[in-house]
Design a protein around this ligand. Structure first.
Ligand SMILES: Cc1cc2nc3c(=O)[nH]c(=O)nc-3n(C[C@H](O)[C@H](O)[C@H](O)COP(=O)(O)O)c2cc1C
Length: 142
């Protein structure tokens, strides 16, 4: 069954990146890093899932979605083909916990599939793999 790819952004601390690499290692999930300009310039070839951290920093004026994510979402095709969102965050940010994933879900009408803190636990990776495997089956069934 084809695996829906995960496009992710991760900053230099690479917490989200570590989670993405676990998805690739455990599940053979194709993962693409939006920090790479070559990846950002291509369009998603079919349904895809976004994995993004939040950088709201407790500041209402701060832009919510990381710039490389916004850049990839400028393509109408990519926006159309986005089918779900996974968020990496930190509960210390209170009401802004998962601000990026949740705000985009509201704007796009796509579901937040899964949320975790920092780079996630092995259990988080397992649960996320299950969710993505079910998503693959739903996409394959049309
Ligand atoms: C400056 C700064 C601002 C952050 N703002 C938020 C936030 O508003 N909401 C949230 O849930 N997490 C917030 N976080 C936590 C990050 O989203 C979290 O650590 C994430 O795993 C970072 O992923 P990365 O290392 O791949 O960039 C913030 C972290 C930093 C350093």
């Amino acid at each position: 069954m084809p695996k829906v790819p995960v496009y992710y952004y991760s900053s230099v601390s690479n917490l989200t990146g570590r989670f993405a690499e676990h998805l690739a290692a455990v599940d053979g999930r194709p993962v693409f890093n939006l920090a790479d300009a070559m990846v950002r310039r291509r369009e998603a070839g079919g349904p895809w899932v976004l994995l993004t951290p939040s950088y709201k920093a407790g500041n209402a004026d701060e832009v919510t979605l990381p710039a490389p994510v916004r850049s990839f979402l400028r393509s109408p095709m990519n926006r159309r083909r986005l089918i779900g969102i996974i968020g990496s965050g930190n509960r210390n940010f209170g009401v802004y916990y998962q601000a990026a994933a949740r705000q985009l879900a509201q704007l796009s009408g796509r579901p937040v599939l899964f949320e975790f803190e920092l780079s996630g636990t092995p259990e988080d990776v397992e649960r996320c793999v299950e969710i993505l495997d079910r998503l693959d089956a739903a996409v394959a069934a049309g």
